[in-house]
Structures are given as structure tokens and as C-alpha cells.
Ligand binder design. Structure first.
Ligand code: KG4
Ligand code: ZN
Length: 335
């Protein structure tokens, strides 16, 4: 089955063609990061306008690169939410028009599920069940993947998402948007043991996360230095912050894999591109006999191929969306 996939939930206009949920024939990503960087974050109105300008071109490019035409497509996969309402609307309206015009099924996809499925594209041998940590710019979830498109929620963030914490701390340090990749690089050159920022584990048995206290601790540290007219060593601050985030993420993920008896841990979402996170997970995985999976960096951040994969696994389960499907900017994931 061939799906044409469309993803426009934030600041990437992306379209791709995916065969049977795992084989990527094309995955075109037009990023708006340079446009939004001037403002220090994504400006929703600008994002929507850019999606409108780009979407038809990107769809055509995705078909061309895959060497297929509209007539070869069996169904359309599109992000329904969560995301920016105006941005989502552009993708969904395009998807509906194509599905209607070709008289083929439409499958609305949860963006978070797409991030998980990026791993099925990357690792052809990966099969459920496994423990999955999803860490993106807007969401943080710890789940058990029992089967394809069958999930059980164990933990989520109670305030900021992991990626959001990276972005906010980077902004306070005067670093460009998005902050995650910049902090990742600085952290690799700094000493994470220099400043002891808080590790927030919450209640003893909880799988939830909280990152806003850590963010405040970093801001306080920077402010105290400023008052004393001292310059922060941004490499050490980045490394110490990152280590505080990673320690909690790794600890809780391994606790869940132990309790559910899983021998595979999968990480997904933009923060899964973080080298420190990948290394910590792998080191711990070796000790505990757990295999670690993550997508290549381009499949970690937003892209249409992952939506095509998630669309496929829903399609073969019989999911079909009506042509009056609405975007849902606050679409929950298992909540
Ligand atoms: O998954 P994604 O593309 O968008 C959402 O669905 O939210 O994730 C973007 C987030 C941003 O917060 C960005 O700073 C973070 O992923 N990110 C990283 C890295 N690369 C991207 N965070 C830490 N280390 C990285 N290398
Ligand atoms: Zn995303």
C-alpha cells in the first residue's frame, strides 16, 4: 500500500510517500526555522502562510522524488493534531482535497504517534512490544507499546515538555532558536558535574515528569551570576542542565521497562536527536541488557514519513477518517 503523507503541525511543511508503513520513497521537508529564528520562536501566523505557499510544491516534489503519480496512491495520511491550528488546517485541507479528488481513503494521524513510528522506518526489524519515551518540543510521554497502534500511557509531563525546557533555557542563555541542538553541542564540550541543578522525580512511583523547576533553577543561577557581574561558563551550564534532564528521563524509562518486562527501549521526538540522551540510554542499556532504538536526526524532528508510517498501521486496522474531519490543536495522546 502506498500512502501520500502530509505534516504541517508546526514549522515544517513536509510531504512524503511511504510503502507499507516502513519503506520511504520520499520525505521532503521544507523547514521554516530560519524565518522564525529572528523572532526567537515559531510565529503561528507566519507558519500558516508559509505552509500555504509551499504545500502544493512540496506535494509534487514528494511524488516526483518517489517516481509515482497521484493515481498510484492508495490512501492519504495527514496530521490532525496536536499542533498550531492554522498550520494544521493547511495540511488537512490539502489532504481532504486530494482524497476527495482521487476518491481514496483519508487517515487522520496523531502527531505523537507519528514520532513513535519514525522508529519503524529507521529500524526495519523493530517490532512491539517495547517501552517508548517520546520527547518533543511540545510533549513528553512515557508509554508501553503493546502492539502496532496499541499503547498504554504511564507518564507525561506536568508542565513544560522536555524540548520546551531546552528551548527556554537556551533562550535565557542568549542562544538561538531552537535551543536543543545548540545546548546538545555546548554540553558535549562542558562539564555536567559543575553545577548541581535539581532532579525532579516527583512521587516515588510516579512516571510523570516536571521540568519547570529545573528551568527556574537555571534562570536563577544565571541571574545570580549577573548580579555579581560574573560571566557564566555556558558550556558548563548547558552540560549541567542537560545532565539533570537526562538523569530523570533515563531513570524513569528504565524503571518502566523493568516493571513491564520489556527488553527494548525506543526513544522518539526532537529531543531523541540529543547525543547525550542517546549515549546515556545506550550505556545504561548495556548494563541492563536492554536494546536501545532511536531514529536518525532527520526522522526525530517533524517529517511526513513518520506520519505515513503511523497512517499505515492505522489504515490496516481499519481506521478511515471522514471528509469533514476537523483539525484538533489540543488532540490528546491516550488521555
Ligand atoms: O519533535 P519536534 O520536531 O517538534 C515537536 O513535535 O514539538 O521537536 C522539536 C524539539 C525542539 O524543542 C528542539 O529544541 C528539540 O526538539 N531538539 C533537541 C535536539 N534537536 C532538536 N533537543 C535536544 N537535543 C537535540 N539535539
Ligand atoms: Zn513533532
Amino acid at each position: 500500500m502506498l500512502t501520500l503523507a502530509i505534516e504541517t503541525s508546526c514549522d515544517e511543511t513536509s510531504c512524503g510517500v511511504v510503502r507499507d508503513g516502513r519503506e520511504v520513497l520520499s520525505n521532503i521537508i521544507s523547514s521554516q526555522i530560519e524565518i522564525h529564528r529572528v523572532y526567537g520562536g515559531v510565529v503561528p501566523e507566519i507558519a500558516s502562510r508559509k505552509h500555504i505557499e509551499n504545500i502544493n510544491l512540496i506535494i509534487q516534489e514528494a511524488l516526483d522524488e518517489a517516481k509515482v503519480g497521484f493515481k498510484d496512491i492508495d490512501f492519504i495520511s495527514v496530521t490532525q493534531g496536536p499542533g498550531l491550528v492554522g498550520a494544521l488546517l493547511v495540511g488537512l485541507a490539502s489532504a481532504k482535497a486530494i482524497a476527495y479528488g482521487l476518491d481514496i481513503p483519508l487517515v487522520g494521524v496523531n502527531h505523537i504517534e507519528g514520532h513513535i513510528c519514525a522508529n519503524f522506518i529507521q529500524h526495519k526489524d523493530l517490532e512491539p512490544p517495547f517501552t517508548c519515551l517520546i520527547v518533543s518540543g511540545g510533549h513528553t510521554y512515557l508509554i508501553d507499546v503493546e502492539d502496532y497502534a496499541k499503547y498504554k500511557l504511564f507518564g507525561r509531563t506536568r508542565d513544560d515538555a522536555a524540548g520546551e525546557a531546552f528551548d527556554k533555557v537556551a533562550r535565557a542563555m542568549g542562544l538561538p532558536y531552537p535551543g536543543g541542538p545548540v545546548i546538545d553541542k555546548l554540553a558535549s564540550e562542558g562539564d555536567g558535574k559543575i553545577i548541581l541543578f535539581p532532579r525532579v522525580f516527583l512521587e516515588e512511583k510516579s512516571y510523570d515528569f516536571s521540568f519547570s523547576g529545573l528551568k527556574t533553577a537555571v534562570l536563577n543561577h544565571l541571574n545570580q551570576l549577573k548580579q555579581r557581574e560574573e560571566e557564566p561558563d555556558i558550556k558548563d551550564v548547558a552540560a549541567s542542565f542537560q545532565e539533570a534532564v537526562l538523569e530523570v528521563l533515563v531513570e524513569k524509562t528504565f524503571r518502566l521497562s523493568r516493571e513491564t518486562g520489556r527488553d527494548k527501549i525506543v526513544i522518539a521526538g526532537g529531543v531523541a536527536a540529543n547525543k547525550g540522551l542517546r549515549n546515556s540510554m545506550e550505556e545504561r542499556g548495556k548494563l541492563e541488557g536492554v536494546k536501545i532504538y532511536y531514529p536518525s536526526p532527520v526522522l526525530c524532528t517533524d517529517n511526513a514519513a513518520m506520519i505515513g508510517s503511523a497512517g499505515y498501521y492505522n489504515f490496516i486496522k481499519g481506521v478511515r477518517s471522514p471528509l469533514d474531519l476537523k483539525v484538533d490543536p489540543n488532540l490528546g495522546f491516550l488521555e
